[in-house]
Design a binder for this molecule. Structure first.
Ligand code: 13P
Ligand code: SF4
Length: 305
């Protein structure tokens, strides 16, 4: 079957089986085209609450599908490729964070949404890359324990010097691998380009950027800017999608190593098979986990709005 035929079949199957598809902006264009909604992790979690369909297929990684399940527990939620996890989300387990909390009992625990549902059950509030600064600024407590991404945490700290943010050694292995030398090389090659980066990059990379923001924030900035060239410091798909959507501008990936294999694990055929064969395994979380994890996601939505 040709790509277009598979896409047409998926559009039909969605209607027949009452599915909606939510796709993270890192997915490839053939997948974005069949989605009902695309966006960054904050936008996807907001949409999770009000999609009318009974079944939701999340194209992205496991913590995103878990977030959808937590917000819509009555729905059947599927992950497009059940093996697609975010390595950062698995970096810290409950026992480890319990121990750290014992050491910092007066700190508010802020969890990046890239964490497991289990870990969220012992945190106070979630944040995403697009909402972290705003949410932390609204917290009554100035003492913050920020997990697991020390780069995003350091970025929030730089924006909010009045807060005292305790960081742990965690983060995204793909974004954290980008070095200041790569920034210098990219800028030397494209001296007129604006540098747009995700806050999961190291502080020395973020400091050099013209804009730091979420995947959707980067796309919005590039589309609205009058500049003609952009170096994109996040997963390579964002530079590719922008290039397809803005033919009059030039987009250069900050590094060719900015590839998230987990985000790339989903194929159009995975979606087709899940809808056609009906053999997907729905996300299962027990009621207690859902109830406790939901508290910090609800708080994120309340403070992030
Ligand atoms: P966004 O919140 O910007 O969508 O980022 C999610 C992510 O996993 C970035 O690597
Ligand atoms: Fe996780 Fe990094 Fe992949 Fe985002 S890019 S899903 S943070 S591993």
């Amino acid at each position: 079957m040709k790509i277009r035929e598979i896409q047409d079949a998926i559009m039909q199957l969605k209607k027949v089986h009452d599915f909606c598809i939510l796709a993270h902006s890192y997915q490839t264009s053939d997948i974005l085209e069949v989605a009902d909604f695309t966006g960054d992790s904050y936008a996807l979690s907001l949409k999770a609450k009000d999609m009318p369909q009974k079944n939701i297929l999340l194209c992205g990684v496991r913590f995103m599908a878990e977030t959808v399940k937590i917000l819509s527990p009555q729905k059947n939620v599927y992950l497009s490729n059940p093996d697609a996890g975010c390595p950062m989300a698995e970096q810290m387990d409950k026992e480890f964070i319990h121990e750290i909390k014992r050491q910092y009992p007066d700190h508010t625990v802020v969890a990046y949404i890239n964490t497991t549902a289990q870990l969220k059950t012992i945190c106070d509030v979630c944040v995403t890359s697009s909402s972290a600064v705003q949410i932390v600024s609204k917290l009554n407590n100035d003492k913050i324990l920020f997990i697991p991404d020390c780069n995003l945490g350091a970025y929030v700290q730089a924006q909010l010097p009045m807060k005292k943010i305790k960081l742990l050694q965690g983060g995204c292995p793909i974004h954290a691998a980008v070095s200041a030398n790569e920034v210098a090389a990219a800028k030397a090659l494209h001296p007129n380009a604006k540098l747009l980066v995700h806050p999961e990059c190291r502080p020395e990379v973020c400091e050099k950027a013209d804009y730091v923001g979420s995947t959707s924030g980067i796309m919005q900035y590039a589309k609205q800017s009058t500049a003609q060239e952009f170096i994109i410091g996040t997963e390579i798909s964002i530079a590719e999608t922008l290039q397809m959507e803005c033919l009059d501008k030039q987009f250069y990936p900050l590094s060719q190593r900015l590839i998230c294999d987990n985000m790339k694990a989903t194929t159009l055929m995975d979606i087709y098979h899940l809808l056609n064969d009906g053999k997907g395994t729905a996300i299962e979380l027990d009621d207690r986990t859902i109830a406790k994890a939901r508290l910090c996601i609800d708080r994120m939505i309340e403070l992030g709005g």
